[in-house]
Every structure is written in C-alpha cells, then in structure tokens.
Design a protein around this ligand. Structure first.
Ligand code: ZN
Ligand code: ZN
Length: 363
C-alpha cells in the first residue's frame, strides 16, 4: 500500500515528439508523476548522454510514448521527500542511473540485483503500475523511489559523476563480478564511452589492463587512461594467436557485436576465462558463434549494476580520485540536437554531459 505525499505538477524538459524528427527535440512542459511516500523529488543539475538515449530517441529500440524525455545519468539535489523516506533528506546531492524502481522484495532485489527484478521500471519510456510513463534527465526535475537516488561523494564533480550512473556502473559491474583485481589480465574491447571508463576502473582495481580496439587511433588516449597494453585487432590479424591463453576476463563494450568474431576471441582466454558483453544492440541483431570455440570459456551478457555496486564504484572513484573524460554541452533544444548528431557519428571523446540546467529551465 502506497500513499501519495504530493500530487503531480508541471516539469519542463527537452523531448522527442516524433521519432522521424528525433534530431529536432523540442522544449516541452509535462506532468510529473505522483510523489509517493517513498519517493524523492530531485532538481537536476546535469545529465550524461548514454548510447541508450540515442537508440531510444531514434526509435531503433521501438515505438515509445510521447513526449519522450530521455537521460539516465542524472545528478541533482533533493528538493522534496515523501513522508516515508528515511535514506535521504532535502539538500542531498544524488545520482540517478537507468533504473528508478523495482519491487525491493524479491530474491533478486534482496541480493543487490535490482536491475534483474521483473518489476523494474527504467528511468525513461517505461510505464509504472499506476500508468505513468517514466521521463528522464533531459528535464528540470525528476521524481523517483529514494532507493534509486544515490548520494554522491563530495570530491566527485557533478559533470564527471553523471556518466558514472549508467555507463560507469555498466562497465564496473562485470569487472567487480568477475574478479578484476591484482594478478588478473583484463581486456576491455571497444574504447568508447563505456569502454574508457572500464579501462580506468580495471586499472584502478589493480589488474593488468589491455585496451582492445579495431585500429590504433585511440592508442595514445588508452595509455593515458591506464591501459598497460594496446591491441589493434584490424592491424594485427593474428592477435588471437599472439595473445593465446592470456585473459582472465574480457569485457566487450562495443555498440554492436556483429564485428566481433566469437570464434577467435575465446582463443585468447585462459581456461575458465570469462567474456562478458555489456552491449545492447539494435533489436534485430543476433549473435553468431560456434559452441566449439567456447570450450573452457564462458560468455555472458551483463545489465547495468545494482545500487550496491553503484555505491562501491563511487567509493572507488572518490578514494582514487579517478577522472573520466567528459565533454560538457549546455542543455537546450540546440544542445540536445548537437549531442544526438555527434553521438550518432561517434564523434565524442569520450562521454557528453549536458550542463547549465539553471539557464535553460529558470524561465
Ligand atoms: Zn545508459
Ligand atoms: Zn524485485
């Protein structure tokens, strides 16, 4: 039984109104959800731009309700709390990732696997049981269950904290769950927005790190991020022979799996090694592999990370003072158009954060 602390009110956001015209987002007003007794209201300060935003805005992941307000790497300040909240207070700086609700009662939720709960509500485009269609961080405010708003350590600047909330934990979770640490050889395949964070985390966790990319274009950057080794697979066609029996873990951070040869990659793995993909490709994509190649090796797919993992990641970033590579762009119709166009071209090193919310939404 859940009671309402405050009824809906008007929020503002930059929204997609038609997938056919997704690169011309419009500033809109929309109705918020109820503030239930366990919810908080957060005034948004900035929001990272995730590949999922582009897949969803463009309609590549299917039709959505409109207005569609994407954004699930949110940093902001708590402005209101429901009458039953006990974890947060007004004034707390919090981060919100790709999930805003789960049942918190099932075995999956109780074992810190909230993203795998069947009652999960994603931060945008998903319907709550009361019918409200969730709306994300390209907006001035958001309301959500307090469990999914995580306090941000003081020494992490907001614009660098934002991309951690989805992209960051998506890279961190498979590293944490698969034993990344001292004495382990860990490959990060695909050095884009998520992969670059994976590289920074794997190094900070103490592993020997290998950046695996198609070309050597990102070599210099990858070394600065913490790669001990760099492999350009298109330039070294026999790389799998050269690195036979090397890796304990490879995290695949590419946008698509069609370019990855799963008959070759397993040869580079130690017995018992794990290949974990975090890729959520376009709906029609299928994986093509021969089970023979997999002898002694396992392949799995990982989704986001639980709240407990987000907290551990933030702790690591704070204690080791890690800095991810972020380009900031002020939010507006024009700013969102620009990030959509540049993300589609892959023109970002390595992650965007939308900023200056006060300027756009004070009117
Ligand atoms: Zn995301
Ligand atoms: Zn659950």
């Amino acid at each position: 039984m859940t009671n309402i602390t405050a009824p809906p009110r008007k929020f503002q956001g930059i929204a997609v109104l038609d997938h056919k015209d997704w690169k011309n987002p419009k500033k809109v007003e929309f109705e918020s959800k109820n503030l239930y007794d366990y919810d908080v209201e957060v005034k948004i300060e900035c929001c990272g731009v995730c590949g999922s935003d582009i897949h969803t805005a463009s309609g590549h992941w299917g039709e959505t309700k409109k207005p569609l307000v994407v954004g699930h790497e949110i940093i902001g300040t708590v402005t209101q709390i429901g009458s039953q909240c006990n974890e947060l207070k007004v004034g707390d700086r919090v981060g919100i990732g790709a999930q805003v609700f789960s049942c918190l009662e099932c075995d999956r939720c109780k074992s810190d696997n909230e993203p795998y709960c069947p009652k999960t509500v994603n931060t945008y485009r998903k319907d709550y049981t009361d019918g409200y269609n969730s709306k994300g961080g390209y907006a001035d405010y958001i309301r959500l269950h307090e469990h999914f708003a995580v306090p941000i350590p003081e020494n992490i600047p907001s614009h660098l904290a934002a991309p951690l909330m989805c992209g960051g934990v998506t890279a961190f979770s498979p590293l944490l769950r698969n034993g990344c640490g001292p004495g382990k050889k860990v490959g990060i395949m695909g050095i884009g927005g998520i992969g670059h964070m994976g590289l920074i985390f794997a190094k900070a966790m103490g592993a020997e790190t290998f950046a695996i990319s198609r070309s050597s274009a990102k070599k210099e950057d990858a070394i600065k991020m913490g790669a001990d080794h760099f492999i350009a697979t298109k330039e070294e066609p026999d790389w799998a022979t050269k690195y036979f029996d090397t890796f304990d873990l490879i995290v695949v951070c590419s946008n698509s799996l069609t370019d990855i040869d799963f008959n070759v990659v397993p040869r580079t793995m130690k017995v018992g090694g794990k290949i974990v993909s975090i890729c959520v490709p376009e709906q029609h994509e299928v994986m093509n592999l021969k089970p023979f190649g997999l002898i002694g090796v396992s392949i799995s797919n990982s989704a986001l990370g639980g709240i407990n993992e987000i907290k551990q990641m933030l702790d690591l970033v704070s204690k080791k003072n890690l800095k991810i590579w972020v380009e900031t762009i002020p939010i507006s119709e024009k700013g969102v158009k620009e990030v959509f166009e540049r993300m589609e071209k892959g023109d970002v090193r390595y992650r965007f954060t939308l900023t200056d919310y006060d300027k756009e939404f004070s009117k």
